[in-house]
Structure formats: structure tokens, C-alpha cells
Write a protein that binds this ligand. Structure first.
Ligand SMILES: N[C@@H](CCC(=O)N[C@@H](CS)C(=O)NCC(=O)O)C(=O)O
Length: 230
């Protein structure tokens, strides 16, 4: 089997989704750090123009988009599966829904002027018609409401004590729901949220204090996955 080469940057939530899946599957991989903003001449030469992050390279095959990457990883290493207990469709459905959190969190970050100017200028070019920081700022209350509503649903799903969203084993849905919150946790909630598993020892000790909280329990589950980077 060819080695897996992930083209990514550390703070990319979508890359985090794939790094964690490779951890779950105990896959060895090589890392190529790519720029956070354009230009990305080495990457786009490889992908034929695709600029998003991450990209997986396996020999001469290039996988753009984390859904395609997850499929390839599942094919190469079917165990542990990303679709336990026959959740191939429901897991993908939940994953699709969970990733809507990504743009919610990004827009809040824009509105709160959390990002450096070169990042803002680069990402504004990605939105047809552009998006101003003032518009993003006006959207913060509704985006926060959306995040709270979605996190409440996630908590309800976990309320019966299950470890992962679809039961006792991690599935694609967990990674897809988790990665936008890994990005947005500190914004989305005053609580520890899913970010409790980070290397930040303060966050970890807060999580330890709140073991009965389903959000923390979930974060602990993720941080216990084989190969998790925390
Ligand atoms: N649908 C894509 C979305 C990937 C995505 O939006 N990634 C963000 C980073 S987390 C991105 O590419 N931002 C622009 C960039 O890195 O140039 C996937 O699943 O891979």
C-alpha cells in the first residue's frame, strides 16, 4: 500500500476530522503543511486547481474533500469501521447536518473580527459577492442561536449515556459533528463544550470536574481514540 500523505494545516477543522479518523484507524501518515491562504502553488499543481483543505495523496491518487478521503481510508482500513451497526446512511446524514456547524462558527469568527486581515481578505474572495465583517457581525445572534439549537440536539442524542452519537462505537457522524466545534467551541458556548479534550491542561481539568456532563464525556471519548493528537 502507498503511504498516506495529508496536505493540511494545523488549525484546519476539516483536516482535524481526517487526522482523527486516521487515529481511529491507527493509520500511519505523512504530513505536508500547506499555506492557510492563497497562493498555494504546490497544492493546486497537485490537485488541478482545488484549493480547499485537506487533500489526501495516495501514490498518484489525489483525494479532494473529506468525504472522499474518508471513503478511501475506509476502503484501505475497514476496521474499525466508520459505519458501525449498519449506520452507512444515517451516519452520513448526521455528518452532513453536523458540518453545517462549520459555517456557523466561521461567520461568528468573522463577525467577532477574530481572524487576521490576510485570512479575512482570502476567505472573502471565496464567497460569491463577498461577505463583509459588518454583515457577519449582524448575523452573530442568529448563528449563535443555530449553534445552541444544534448542540442541544447533540446533547439530547447523548443523554441516554451513550459514548458516541450513534451508540457505543465512533462513526463518521462523530468526526463530522466534532470538528466544527473543535473550531468553534470557545465561541459557541461558555461551557467547555467539545474543546475539553485539547492539550490545554486548564480545559482538561475543567472537563475532569464535569464528568457527568455529556459534552465533556464525549470530548473524553474522542481524546481516548487511538492516535488522537491531544
Ligand atoms: N467540503 C470540504 C470542505 C473543506 C473546507 O472548507 N476546508 C476549509 C479549511 S477547514 C478550507 O478549505 N478553507 C480554505 C482553505 O484552506 O484554503 C471537505 O469536506 O473537505
Amino acid at each position: 500500500m502507498h503511504e498516506l500523505i495529508l496536505h493540511h494545516y494545523d488549525i484546519s477543522p476539516y483536516a482535524e476530522k481526517i487526522r482523527l479518523i486516521m487515529g481511529l484507524k491507527q493509520l500511519a501518515w505523512r504530513s505536508v503543511q500547506i499555506p492557510v491562504v492563497m497562493p498555494k502553488p504546490d497544492l493546486t499543481a497537485l490537485t488541478g486547481g482545488y484549493r480547499l483543505t485537506p487533500v489526501l495523496q495516495v501514490g498518484a491518487d489525489i483525494y479532494c474533500d473529506t468525504k472522499a478521503i474518508a471513503r478511501r481510508l475506509e476502503r484501505d482500513r475497514p476496521t474499525p469501521t466508520l459505519y458501525p451497526s449498519g449506520c452507512a446512511a444515517s451516519g452520513r446524514g448526521l455528518a452532513f447536518w453536523g458540518e453545517t456547524l462549520f459555517m456557523d462558527a466561521v461567520l461568528i469568527g468573522f463577525g467577532m473580527r477574530m481572524f487576521p486581515p490576510d485570512f479575512v481578505a482570502d476567505r472573502q474572495k471565496m464567497v460569491p459577492g463577498g461577505v463583509s465583517e459588518d454583515l457577519a457581525r449582524a448575523l452573530i445572534p442568529s448563528k449563535l442561536d443555530e449553534i445552541r439549537a444544534k448542540v442541544t440536539l447533540i446533547e439530547e442524542q447523548l443523554a441516554d449515556g451513550r459514548t458516541f452519537l450513534l451508540g457505543s462505537e465512533a462513526s463518521l457522524a462523530d468526526f463530522a459533528v466534532y470538528h466544527p466545534l473543535w473550531e468553534g467551541g470557545p465561541i459557541a458556548s461558555p461551557h467547555v463544550l467539545f474543546s475539553a479534550g485539547r492539550q490545554d491542561s486548564q480545559a482538561q481539568s475543567r472537563a475532569d470536574d464535569r464528568e457527568d456532563d455529556s459534552r465533556c464525556r464525549t470530548a473524553h471519548s474522542y481524546s481516548n481514540l487511538p492516535g488522537a493528537r491531544w
